[in-house]
Ligand binder design. Sequence first.
Ligand code: PAF
Length: 282
Amino acid sequence: MRVITSKNELIVWRQGLLHQSSVGFVPTMGALHAGHLSLVSQALLDNDFVVSSIFVNPTQFDNSEDLAIYPRTLEADIALLETILHDRIIVFAPTAEDLYNGQPKSKSWDFGAIANVMEGEFRSGHFDGVGTVLQLLFELVNPTNSYFGEKDYQQLLIVKSLADQLGQSNEIIGRPIFREDSGLAMSSRNQRLSEVQKLQATLIYRVMNYIKDHISSVPWKDLKQWAENQFQEDKDWRLEYLTLADAQTLETRDVYAENLQQRVFIAAHLGSVRLIDNMAVN
Ligand code: PAF
């Protein structure tokens, strides 16, 4: 495995590859977990080389406090990737100044209606930041395939739109959510949860599962009320949104439709940690 920390070194490495070599790309913000490793493993199966970036992107945070406390564990991340034992893996860990050519700044993107709900509504400028950093990274890595987890399902749809807009031949591949045995979705932010909070955090999974099991027989309005009550009963929680939405357009739905693909989405704060998750309900 090779660790590259400068843009120029990555450009030289990429230019040195044979034209026909395929490159899989796994962009991350570090604090890696088994979900990330599964993306890297899949990318290794599908491609000749894999680049995994580790970069906490300042422009996608709407809150400087959240950026300051985001886990940064570069050495442990590199050690974890080394367990895959592969000389076809490149870790790219640039500085913000180098990647952004000076002061990090977002471009403004038009991702249409999918960017205006949920994360787009509650985290102002978030998807502009994601689009901006991914454009920079895609241009450097020039990937054949790029891999994203469905935990950030809305982000996955945004990235597909971004890839269309950029017009690169970069296939965007979504991979299933990785969960702890408890059902808690793996997330870098889980590193900030205490053991007690990790147990509390399974509420999100339990609520989504209950919804999935009952959505064909109980009206959505009642299920939503029930779910909101579950969060209200514990003062450690602050529910931000609980949405039933079309899986393609992300349009909010007030009723369940068996013949349409729908997903339930949750964002909630447990103490000072913001967690998101989602699940297909049909
Ligand atoms: O999902 C993430 O970790 C980030 O949003 C990404 C895609 C690496 C962009 O910074």
